[in-house]
Design a protein around this ligand. Structure first.
Ligand code: RTP
Length: 155
């Protein structure tokens, strides 16, 4: 009787309209790829404002909520799911602190952004939000499952 390995950790990463508009897609994807994380889903979408409000529902009491949702729905967002050991926490590390003035050089926001309202990328902040955000943005059949050549066949 074969025992199935637990599902490898997954996180939701989105390049926001400013990142797409600035031509930073390849730069950002390269950083996740080179680290060794595996892309398992990707699509370019313009979310509606009500979809943006769902995505950011945790922030609905914040003063910047309305502007943030207007902004997220203002243009194409590159929605992705990345997989790998520790990808939720390490993905946040690759992204850097929310405020680009505080994010370290070497991080995506530290290297590529200046202001918090245009910080180019989103990443799930924990296992629960990762699950919720993946379910919000993707249908189950849009998620792929494959072995990349960076993985051992039995891993
Ligand atoms: P994200 O969810 O986008 O990865 O960002 P985060 O966890 O690092 O930050 P969070 O506090 O969840 O805020 C979500 C997004 O709201 C915008 N924001 N604007 N004007 C402001 O003071 C302000 N603060 C946050 C940012 O775009 C942030 O990424």
């Amino acid at each position: 009787q074969e025992v199935h390995a637990a599902q490898m950790e997954r996180t939701f990463i989105a390049i926001k309209p400013d990142g797409v508009q600035r031509g930073l897609i390849s730069e950002i994807i390269a950083r996740f790829e080179r680290k060794g994380f595996k892309l398992v889903a990707i699509k370019l979408v313009i979310p509606t404002k009500s979809f943006a409000q769902k995505h950011y529902h945790d922030l609905k009491e914040r003063p910047f909520f309305d502007g943030l949702c207007d902004f997220l729905s203002s243009g194409p967002v590159l929605a992705m799911v990345w997989e790998g050991e520790g990808v939720i926490k390490y993905g946040r590390k690759l992204i850097g602190a929310t405020d680009p003035q505080k994010s370290e050089p070497g991080t995506i926001r530290g290297d590529l952004a200046v202001v918090v309202g245009r910080n180019i990328i989103h990443g799930s902040d924990g296992p629960e939000t990762a699950k919720d955000e993946i379910n919000l943005w993707f249908k189950p059949e849009e998620l792929t499952s494959y072995t990349s050549n960076q993985e051992k066949p039995d891993s």
